[in-house]
Design a binder for this molecule. Structure first.
Ligand SMILES: [Zn+2]
Length: 416
């Protein structure tokens, strides 16, 4: 029997098939390889030259092909690549949800409580069926996420809990206890992720539907950076380090509308009255023909001293009761994690100050105005109303304020 070998693409495939089906174990016959042809064993030379009618080199190529396809199947390579893509997607999503962005906006910082190994372990748990080797995971981190930083020290964020978790995890020797602390740490990070996502949604709602929503974030800038007069380092006259005028900037972004900065010289205590005064002033500016959008989102630091107290909540309830707005959502963001957009604004101001001397309050206003686009509104605080004294007789004491992160007042549940 002589096999007919097709030409073209099918040729190699057919030869491989024949070799696989007809060859006998070489061990059985010592050195020589035999092939089965119609129940007879024939030698290699006979098989190749007479039965197949092809050259030795063609057989060698076919065999090499057979071996390589047996050891490294093509689908495995594809799976590997797709697992890589899944991993990239996982890290990307995690970075966006969890990382704190540097004020410059180019570098992402992982929470200090999280190491590379933690992130790998998390991936391993979530993607058991698509698991990757640790070295491969690290390689992807290095190549694709070079702008993500894992560091032990916090630079811009000040999350106390993240710091404590890191220290506790590294100090704990008991495996079970360590697991529990890691679970608590993950819970904290998940909470932070969800909070950040919810904030982005509110922000986007206000940007896309400005007639229905108004979203405001308010925060104070680090005071040391804007004390006056401010000299750049290479132009520092003798005595310039003493008797500085201490200034304080309260910054706010009204998403999709504009930015406001309020300056004071520490003549007012930095308390609820100051925050409320700034907030009310910008609400007046944002009202169109005396009318605000029906829903107001206010985002603030989760600090009881300035923001999270009965006076602030009482004033927001007053806005609803008097029908300035129909609904107010007050979100308290975890300190040290979530407010990269305001921090970015503050960072632009301090970067601008590095380039030139800022000696007077007016110069500070113009630095603020020229530090970013669109041009923000920068004014002196002017009046601070003593709202806590005014509200004191009308608001009840509130308890256990630390845990709740969102308060919502709406007119329908509030008609009396
Ligand atoms: Zn944290």
């Amino acid at each position: 029997m002589v096999h007919s070998i097709p030409t073209g693409d099918m040729r190699m495939q057919k030869i491989r098939e024949i070799l696989r089906m007809t060859s006998c174990s070489t061990l059985k016959y010592g050195k020589n390889q035999y092939f089965k042809v119609e129940q007879n064993d024939v030698c290699r030379k006979f098989f190749i030259e007479i039965v197949l009618g092809i050259s030795e080199s063609t057989v060698c190529r076919a065999k090499l092909n057979l071996l390589s396809s047996a050891t490294s199947p093509v689908p495995r390579k594809q799976t590997h690549a797709s697992r890589g893509r899944i991993c990239v997607g996982f890290i990307q999503a995690y970075v966006e949800a969890t990382c704190d962005r540097d004020p410059t906006g180019t570098v992402y910082r992982m929470p200090t409580s999280l190491t590379k190994l933690d992130l790998f372990n998390l991936y391993d748990i979530v993607h058991q069926e698509n698991s990757l080797h640790k070295s491969m995971f690290y390689e992807i981190l290095k190549k694709r996420f070079s702008n993500v930083i894992f560091s032990k020290k916090q630079r811009y964020t000040k999350c106390k809990e993240c710091n404590e978790f890191r220290e506790l995890i590294s100090a704990e020797k008991n495996v079970e206890l360590k697991k529990e602390i890691i679970m608590l740490r993950d819970l904290h990070l998940r909470e932070q992720q969800m909070e950040r996502e919810a904030y982005y949604v509110r922000r986007a709602q206000a940007e896309m539907r400005p007639g229905e929503f108004l979203s405001v974030i308010l925060d104070g800038m680090d005071q040391k950076k804007t004390n006056l007069p401010y000299y750049t380092h290479d132009n520092n006259p003798v005595g310039s380090g003493q008797h500085k005028l201490r200034t304080h900037i309260t910054g706010s972004i009204v998403h999709g509308r504009g930015k406001y900065f309020f300056l004071d010289c520490n003549q007012y205590p930095h308390d609820t009255n100051l925050v409320l005064s700034c907030l009310l002033k910008l609400l007046v500016k944002e009202s169109r023909e005396g009318q605000l959008p029906p829903t107001l989102f206010v985002q603030l630091d989760n600090t009881c001293r300035e923001n999270k107290n009965k006076f602030f909540l009482g004033m927001m309830a007053f806005l609803v009761k008097k029908r300035f707005v129909r609904e107010v959502w007050i979100s308290f963001l975890i300190v040290g994690h979530t407010h990269e957009d305001v921090d970015q604004c503050f960072s632009r101001i301090s970067m601008k100050m590095r380039n030139r001397n800022t000696l007077t309050l007016n110069e500070l206003h113009s630095v603020i105005q020229s530090s970013q686009r669109p041009v923000p509104e920068s004014t002196d605080v002017g009046t601070v109303w003593n709202m806590s004294a005014w509200l004191n007789d009308y608001v009840n004491q509130i308890h256990n304020v630390t845990y709740p992160k969102l308060y919502r007042y709406n007119f329908y549940s509030f008609c009396h």
